[in-house]
Design a protein around this ligand. Structure first.
Ligand code: AMP
Length: 393
């Protein structure tokens, strides 16, 4: 019997939904309701290969979108066995997925102080879905859980320790479901047990992170207390001098929230290129000689290469470096430019394989004489959420 799971990812103005076969990862239905709370709210989905668009009322709410999603799901004829909810912040409480009960809902609300936009939207999604599907197990799958194995030296900031004890100020890490999927896939590809698999995994999408995974356990990761630290991202700055937010507030006469907006939404590839946060647009522009696009790609790859090199310290038994996410899976240019920094470590690309690795292709992209294999593996966060939720059914 098929084990089909509804996967829900409620953001501040969107709801992504899918029906996933927990055993095969196959998606019968995928869709997204966007611009919720705005004039142009809309919903689109793909069912068995056919795309459909549904009109939502102006300023449609999450509840309205979830009602429409429920009716779409009922028309598929699928009998779901569970609902898996993506939850961004699980603090230190959740080291794995959890069956939702009152104490789990309370904890998600408590951690909202650390991820206000995300956790409150996630919570809203769970509560609304519980009303729609009262008889199904609802399972919260946390972005942070995979990183609860980080050692103190990796998760603590060099700040007064009382800030950690009293306010939970530490590195939490995000994109955990993606890095976990990459770890599991690499163990299968290398034909070894997860507990003996060591990788550096680079998830490069609109948000970007690198994780160091030693013998199946995360030992370091580039996203920190919030999903702002580390790599250059689409619109997020990643690492900067910690004195800058205060300095900018004074110089520009802006509030803390306005500076946060600048660092989160106006920086990264978009800020440097002064053109776009979209890697495809930047690659096309770079080909035409657009200086901002060329510079943004250069910064992106240099920062990424430095992180990968740094994590080689954290993973002495390294088996492979892996690229994933929209950029990691598709951009041969970003992979080539990043790995170019490793030529003197003996890491050499097979250019044909690198060029061919896109649009869902999975495999090795290094030459046979490379000192370290590098892989491209398409991620599948929904499958991780579905399979974890299915264990509670
Ligand atoms: P994600 O958040 O994982 O969906 O990734 C989104 C990012 O992947 C955007 O910056 C896209 O421009 C980038 N991307 C998707 N397809 C390609 C492609 N064929 N070449 C380069 N970048 C791509």
């Amino acid at each position: 019997m098929k084990k089909e799971v509804i996967v829900l990812n409620c953001g501040s103005s969107s709801v992504k939904f899918a029906i996933i076969d927990a055993q095969t990862g196959e998606a019968g239905l995928t869709g997204i309701a966007e611009s919720l709370g705005n004039k142009n709210a809309s919903l689109s989905y793909k069912l068995n290969g056919h795309k459909e668009q549904v009109a939502l009322s102006e300023n449609a709410s999450h509840s309205e979108a979830l009602n429409v999603i429920q009716s779409i799901i009922s028309r598929t004829g699928v009998t779901p066995i569970a609902i898996g909810h993506r939850v961004v912040h699980g603090g230190e409480k959740f080291t794995q997925a959890a069956l939702v009960d009152d104490s789990v809902l309370k904890a998600i609300e408590d951690y909202a102080s650390m991820a206000p936009l995300h956790n409150m939207a996630n919570l809203k999604g769970i509560v609304t879905a519980q009303q729609a599907y009262p008889d199904l197990p609802h399972v919260a799958v946390f972005d942070t859980a995979f990183f609860q194995t980080l050692p103190e030296k990796a998760y603590l900031y060099a700040l007064p320790k009382s800030l950690y004890r009293e306010h939970g100020i530490r590195r939490y890490g995000f994109h955990g479901t993606s890095h976990k999927f990459i770890l599991d896939s690499m163990a299968t590809m290398l034909n070894q047990r997860i507990e003996e698999t060591s990788i550096i995994s680079a998830h490069l999408g609109n948000g970007c992170s690198v994780s160091a995974i030693e013998n199946g356990r995360a030992v370091d990761t580039s996203l920190g207390f919030s999903p702002l630290e580390g790599l250059v991202m689409g619109t997020r700055c990643g690492d900067i001098d910690p004195s800058l937010p205060g300095t900018l507030q004074k110089k520009l006469g802006k509030s803390a929230d306005e500076i946060s907006d600048l660092l989160n939404k106006q920086s990264g590839l978009l800020g440097i290129s002064e053109l776009s946060n979209d890697c495809r647009t930047l690659e096309d522009a770079a080909q035409q000689g657009h200086e901002g696009a060329l510079l943004a790609i250069e910064l992106f790859c240099y920062r990424l290469a430095k992180y990968i090199a740094g994590y080689m310290v954290a993973v002495p038994t390294l088996n492979a470096i892996v690229f994933t996410g929209g950029i990691g899976e598709n951009s041969s240019l970003i992979r080539q430019t990043t790995l170019g920094y490793f030529a003197h470590f003996g890491i050499t690309l097979d250019e044909q394989k690198n060029d061919a690795a896109r649009f869902g292709h999975s495999g090795q992209i290094t030459a046979t004489n490379s000192t370290m294999p590098v892989y491209v593996v398409p991620t599948n966060e929904e499958w991780v959420i579905a399979s974890e939720a299915a264990t509670f059914a």
